[in-house]
Structure formats: C-alpha cells, structure tokens
Design a protein around this ligand. Sequence first.
Ligand SMILES: Cc1ncc(COP(=O)(O)O)c(C=O)c1O
Length: 424
Amino acid sequence: MTFQNTREFAQQLDAQDQMRKYRDEFIFPKVNDKQVIYFVGNSLGLQPKRTQSYVDEVMNDWANLAVEGHFYAEKPWWDYHERFANPLSKIVGAKPSEITVMNTLTVNLHLMMVSFYRPTAKRYKILCEAKAFPSDQYMIQSQVNFHGLNPKDAIVEIERREGEHNIRLEDVLAKIEEIGDELALVLIGGVNYYTGQVFDMKTITAAGHKVGAYVGWDLAHAAGNIKLELHDWDVDFAAWCSYKYMNSGPGNASGTFVHEKHHTNKDLPRFAGWWGHNKERRFKMEPTFDPVEGANGWQISNLPILTLAPYLASVEMFAEVGMDALIAKRDKITSYLEFILNEISKEVKGTFEIITPTNPIERASQLSVFLHGEGRSLFDYLMKNGVITDWREPNVIRLAPVPMYCSFEDMYEFGQVLKKGIVG
Ligand SMILES: Cc1ncc(COP(=O)(O)O)c(C=O)c1O
C-alpha cells in the first residue's frame, strides 16, 4: 500500500479500520484539554472503560457476602484465576492447563528458575541477551549466586555486533552450539524492551533443546502484542506482565506458562503453597503437598482478586478482538508510523534513526527512535504537546502505536508535532 502523509489519508485508514470501535472503549488522559496521543502502551496500557464494573463487582460481593464471597460471589474467588486459562491460552498459543495467573513477572520468573535452573558441575550456564531488562539481569545474577556459582562464569550474554542495534539469530544459535553441554538454561526476552526486536522463539527454543538445555521466555513485551505458539514451539516455561499491552493496570498480575510435558514431573522442584495444592482437597488442610496437575500447581498463595478483576476485563476484550485482527492492524499502523517518521526525517534533514528492525517479522508494535543531535528537550516538547512517549538513555524515544486504541490520525498528528519540535 502506498501511504500519504496527510490528515485525509490517515482518516481514510481509520474509516477502514475494523477495530476502530475499541478506541472508544478506553480512557485517554488529556493535555491542554485534548486527548493525548498515547505511545506508551508498551509500558502501561490505558484503562478500558469496562474495567470499573469488574472491580465494582468484587467490591460489592465483598460488601454483601464478606467471606462467603470465596464460594458464592458472582465470580467465586477461590478459583477466580481459572477464568483466565481459556482466553489467555488463545493469546499465547497454549493449552488451558498450561496457563496460570499469579504474583508479578520477576517473581514468577524466579519461581520458574527454581524449577528449571538446576545447575550441575557440568551443566550450569545460562544464556541471555546482553542489555536485558535490568530486573532480568538482577534476577539471573541472584539465582546464580543462590546456587553458589559465579555470575561471571555462569552467565553468558549474546552481544550485538559492533555498530549494530539488534542481535542476529545466527549469533544466538552459534552461542548455543558453542556452550553445548554446559548450557543449563536459555532465558531471553521474546521482544527486546529497548529496540522492540522480536526473537525467533521457535528456532531458538529448538536449538536450546538440541544441546539439552531448558528454554524459557520473558514475554513482558510480547504478550498481547505478537503471535505466540508456546505449546507448539515446545517452550518449557514463560511469564509475562499484564500491565503493558494487556491493559490490566499498574503493577498487575503476571501470566505464566508451563509446558504440559512438565506437569507430572515429580523431579522438578518448586516452591509450594496451599493454592497449588490439589483443588478438591485444598481445604482439608492436609500436611503433605500434592500439586494440582498443570500450571496451577505452581500457585502459592490465595489470589489478590481486586487486582485480577481488571486483568479479567482486559483478557475478555482480547478474546473478543482476537490476535489475528490485532496483528493485522498492528502491522499496518506500525508501517504507517515508520512511513511518517521517514517523511518527517526528510523534511528535518535526517536527525533521527529507527533502530528497530525494518523486517516486519522481527518487530511488532514498537519503533525505537535514536535522536541524533536532539536531546531530552525534544522529548519534553512532545510530552508538553500531548504526545506521550518514553525516554531511554542515551538518546532514544520508544513509540508503541498500540493497535487496540491508537488511530492512524494519531500517527499523522504526531508527525506534525515532531516536525515542529525539531524545526521550531
Ligand atoms: C522485559 C521486562 N522484564 C521484566 C520486567 C519487570 O516486571 P515486574 O516489575 O512486573 O516484575 C519488565 C517491566 O517493565 C520488563 O519490561
């Protein structure tokens, strides 16, 4: 499709957008009395209007039923988390039994490492990406320390080549081969938080397994953003937060995937709690842990229902829309944003560079833009003029034209504000 950098053209694209009614389902903050252009759904998604009623339902059940709400609430609390299994399994390409919702992302990755990082004298190395999200770096280092190993020796990072912004698949595969039978675990962010690069999870998972390692994925920037086939790719485990693309609200619960091939493996250690115990006998208060068969067997505590309610609202919205429609719009709006950036770049003499891969299969909703010669003042200008983006050192703004609620006209309008911010 040939794009045009005009408001009329952008409005035409909006008129053709099958998902456009969903934009009205979200609450947009305002700057200067105008609805903002929101590019940070990769950090914290907007609040869906329907969320309030899900929270109110729990508040009312609590007021009217108190403890009886565990069993007699509109959506009983004792197994509230099980409502996520069906819709989430479709979003991440899993079987319902492979999905659970609990805790928060870093906590769940720690819990997964308890089960899937079991270093031996020979096989003890972890492969991750250089400049992974800091929480992942701290988590992996602390797990290695916990096992009495030296992070400098046990953690292997895949580097970008000199002068390149993204990691090459061939370099990941070569590193896996090189570490070979010393490799215990591959643990990478499925979509890099800084560049928006999407990794070939199927190929990397197969390569990790070929040398005998477990393979897990941090899907913080992938869940609700890209097509995932976790079961078919044979991924061992994965976890994601729900407050980015999935619009569940600040700091909300994490989804976790454990492949069904591990569900009955009694040799896998895990940290246990009563919510992971046999569902039928949970309240018999038995002394010995008997895990639920499935990802729910990794649950520990009874769940914070008030935080799960907004996540359920959001998951049900994703189920309505479906990942295929979401991805079709995602690709179109991301390409349109790329086009707008390139057009404006010509007009302002190339002061910025998109560092996200140009190949559509290696990117999703995010374009990261390196601002050559422009400083934080440009970012501040955008924010003051109603374009909400985020700033990452040394000089990068990240733009996520989230398909659920961003419009094509937003992209056009953003280009105009950006140009004004650069040329004055
Ligand atoms: C890639 C990645 N991993 C981990 C985290 C940490 O998430 P949490 O604070 O929910 O543990 C984030 C948060 O933004 C992230 O982007």
